[in-house]
Structures are given as C-alpha cells and as structure tokens.
Write a protein that binds this ligand. Structure first.
Ligand code: GDP
Ligand code: IMO
Ligand code: MG
Length: 419
C-alpha cells in the first residue's frame, strides 16, 4: 500500500500532524521534494517538534524515514534535526536513509537567497537557499550527496560551483567570498556525520513495495507553490503536487494507490502572491490569532482568508486526490457566519468556476454558512454540531471527493474519521 500526502493550498495545511497520525499504520515514510523551507509540526504529548527535512513519522518506533533524491539537503539543519530526534527516540541509524542523489544546499545558496530577498526585493521566500539549490541542480552545476564520497569528483564539483556562485554573490552585493579550501573542509566534516545514512533510496523503496511494506509519501509546501502549476512566480522551486512524489523518489506512478489531499477549513499563505479570498481585516487577524498562523520555519505572520473551492477543485484535479482531509476546523468555532468561495468574477465581469491562469483582479463570489459553537471534544462525526456537518458536506459535494478525516486540534488524538 503506497499513499501520498500532499498540501492542496499554499502550504502549512497540517501535513506534519496528518503524516505523524497516519504513520502508525505504515512501515516507511518518505519525503520527496523541497528542503528546509518546510516546517511540519508534530505534537506528541506536551512536546512540539518542527521537522524541516526528516519525515514526520520518524518519532514512531521502528518506522523508516527516507529523504528522497528530489529533496535539497541543508546538512547543517539536518544534523540538528537528527540530534533532536535521537534525544527523543535513541539512535536512528538504519531508520533514516538519505538518497545519494539529493542536492546539497550550500552556505552560499542561503546567502544568495537572503541577498535576493533583502537587496533585490524577492517574492518573500523562506531564505533557506531553496531556489538557488534547485537552480544549480537544473543548471547541472550542483553538488550531490554522492559527490562527498568521491574526492576527485567533489573537488571538481566545488570548483565549478564556486566559479558561478562567488560571481552571483558579487552581483547581489554580497560581501562574503567562499574559498575552495573552506568548502572542502566543511563538506568533509558533513560527510563524516552523514555517511551512515546515505543510500540508494529508490532501490530501497521499490524493494520495500515489492515485499508488501506500506509506504507513506510526504509532500512539502502545497499545490499552489508548485514550480509549474502554482501561482508563478510566487512559488517554490520544486514539484509539490503528487506527481512530484514519483520523480522525487524514483517510484512509478503505477505504484501509488491513494492520494490524500490536505486542506485547512480556511486558507492561508506566507510570502507574496495573489490570494483571492484573503481577509485583510479584523476577521483575518482573528483567524491568524486563533489558528496560531505564524510560519513554523520563519515565524512570519501567515495571510489568512476564507476557504476557496475554485482553487481546491483545481488542486484535487492536479493531484488526483482520492481522499480529503480537512484540518483546523476548530479554528472556525464560534463564528456567526462562515464563507466559502464557489466562483470567481473575472475583471471583464464574467463568472467562472474554473481556475483562471491569472488570479490578479479576480473577485471571489461567496456562499454563506451558519457557524457553530464548537467541534472540540468530538469523538465521532455524529458529535459535530449540525452546521459543521453542513459545511463539511458542502465541501465534499462541491469537490466530488470524500472527506476521510477532519482534524479539530493540534494533538494526535484530535482527529475524526468522517466518511
Ligand atoms: P504543515 O507545514 O502542513 O505540516 O503545517 P504546519 O505545521 O506548518 O502548520 C500547521 C499548524 O497548525 C501547526 O502549528 C499545527 O500544530 C497546527 N494544527 C494542525 N492541525 C490542527 C488542527 O486541527 N487544529 C488546530 N487548532 N491546529 C492544528
Ligand atoms: P510547508 O511544507 C508555506 C513559500 C514561501 C514563499 C515561496 C517560495 O511547511 O507547508 P522558498 O523558500 O520555497 O523559495 O519560498 O514558498 N513556502 C512555504 N509556505 N509552507 C511551506 O512549507 C513553504 N515553503 C515555502 O513563503 O512564498
Ligand atoms: Mg509548515
């Protein structure tokens, strides 16, 4: 059984919580794209863990976590994360595998990202060097984990990388210039620390699947941050949609049995870019406070707004979602009125339910729902207030996909099977 989990909006849908919850029933959990721009929150008892690279299921005993070939690897952050997990679970050697093909995020990638954001006015990235690392990958000048284990190849790769990157730093007005010696020394230290975790994870995964093991594929970011299908150029630099799982892990699309799409009961976005249902008012601020909508990675306030079914419908299509999970329904508790965008009015006055390629200037047309007191404490669907069920059923009918689970709080147990 192979299941992919993807975010259907602009990230932070609660993927970490859901992957941690589902992981109980899977043997292997694999991250397929992105890097330390991700912040996936997992709460176990009174402890909070924010994962940037290691798959969210790792805290459960005996599970194997994979960092796939499509991920960009910031080894400095990875080492901190390994230490954090090991403090909780004991050694994870043999339980964490990193693909040798993963590209390494270098210190200068982070500098370039930060310089572009601050000096050139970027798109509001996380400044974690994600764009520059993927740029170098596709430019064919990146440094891969496997290179660490081949001295001659490594020196060549570093020389090439520095030729371009020191120049780029200068263009961006950076003061730092990196020497070959300091990068060789840094990478040698990193090699020693990660060598026990490096493997061909495509081979491992395909063997695991053949042996009948169950595998959970963990996406980062969200559908509208996808490099191709997102709100370009206000996107990340990887394939966040379910198709990204196959190219990021080296497994055939035929191997994926189900695709779980996660959406909040409303919408958020961090960074710049269009957001038709954004609430730029007190209500938006109310959702931000109640939902704790501050970036898990950067602490930036997330922009908040109503649920957008026009966007979600497209997202369900792009990902081939088989099951929907709605998170943070509890954040809507106590509101008199809840709105959902079901159509857009385009700048020429016409209306559409199909997502236009350009979201600038579209006006959402809302359908209104009555609020409810609270969904907290519910154990079954039947415990939900009627208005909450009306809201969820409407989403389900509009999108034509079953809601399998609804999350009503941060903790592991605060989740309800819906259909
Ligand atoms: P991810 O990036 O998709 O894993 O999501 P984040 O961890 O960045 O953000 C989701 C935030 O919402 C985290 O702080 C979670 O602890 C929290 N969260 C997840 N599910 C729920 C829920 O159902 N209700 C509430 N109130 N918080 C939730
Ligand atoms: P998780 O996995 C929300 C956003 C950034 C910016 C754009 C590009 O926790 O859902 P990048 O640093 O990737 O070059 O930034 O993408 N972004 C995220 N927003 N959640 C994330 O990850 C994000 N990762 C990147 O805010 O708008
Ligand atoms: Mg997040």
């Amino acid at each position: 059984m192979v299941t992919a989990v993807v975010g259907l909006q602009w990230g932070d849908e609660g993927k970490g919580k859901i992957v941690d919850f589902l992981a109980e029933n899977y043997d292997v959990i694999a991250r397929f794209q992105g890097g330390t721009n991700a912040g996936h929150t997992v709460i176990v008892g009174d402890e909070e863990f924010i994962f940037h690279l290691i798959p969210s299921g790792i805290l459960r005993p005996q599970k194997v976590g994979i960092i796939g070939a499509g991920v960009v690897l910031d080894i400095e952050t990875l080492l901190k994360e390994i230490e954090l997990v090991e403090r909780k679970t004991g050694p994870i050697k043999g339980r964490l595998l990193i693909d040798g093909r993963a590209q390494i995020t270098m210190p200068y990638h982070k500098d370039e990202d930060a310089l572009e954001e601050t000096k050139k006015g970027g798109i509001g990235t996380t400044k974690r060097g994600i764009g520059p690392t993927y740029r170098d990958k596709y430019w064919r000048i990146g440094i891969r984990v496997y290179d660490l284990f081949d001295e001659k190849r490594l020196v060549g790769a570093i020389e090439k990388s520095l030729t371009y990157n020191n120049h780029i730093l200068k263009i961006f007005g950076g003061e730092k210039h990196y020497s070959k010696e300091e990068i060789i020394s840094l990478l040698s230290t990193w090699r020693e620390k990660i060598k026990d975790f490096v493997d061909d994870t495509a081979l491992f995964l395909n063997k695991s699947i053949s042996e009948g093991k169950s595998v959970l594929l963990e996406g980062a970011q969200g559908t509208f941050l996808d490099i191709t299908f997102g709100t370009y150029p206000y996107v990340t630099s990887s394939h966040t949609i379910s198709g990204g799982a196959t190219i990021g892990l080296g497994i055939s699309p035929k191997k994926i049995d189900s695709i779980i799409g996660i959406s909040k009961a409303y919408t958020t976005r961090v960074g710049k870019g269009p957001f038709p249902t954004e609430l730029d008012d007190n209500l938006g601020e109310y959702l931000r406070q109640k939902g704790g909508e501050y970036g898990a990675t950067t602490g930036r306030p997330r922009r908040c707004g109503w649920l957008d079914l026009v966007l979600l419908k497209y997202s369900v299509m792009l990902n081939g979602v088989t099951d929907l999970v709605i998170t943070k329904l509890d954040v809507l508790d106590g509101l008199d009125e809840i709105k959902v965008a079901t159509e857009y009015e385009l700048p020429d006055g016409s209306r559409t339910r199909d997502l236009p390629h350009d979201l600038e200037g579209v006006r959402p047309i809302y359908q209104s729902f009555r609020g409810w007191e609270t969904v907290r404490g519910a154990k079954r669907k039947e415990d939900f207030p009627e208005n909450a069920r009306i809201y969820l059923d409407f989403i389900q009918d509009y999108l034509g996909v079953n809601i399998s689970m609804v999350s009503i709080g941060k903790e592991r147990h605060e989740i309800i099977r819906y259909t």
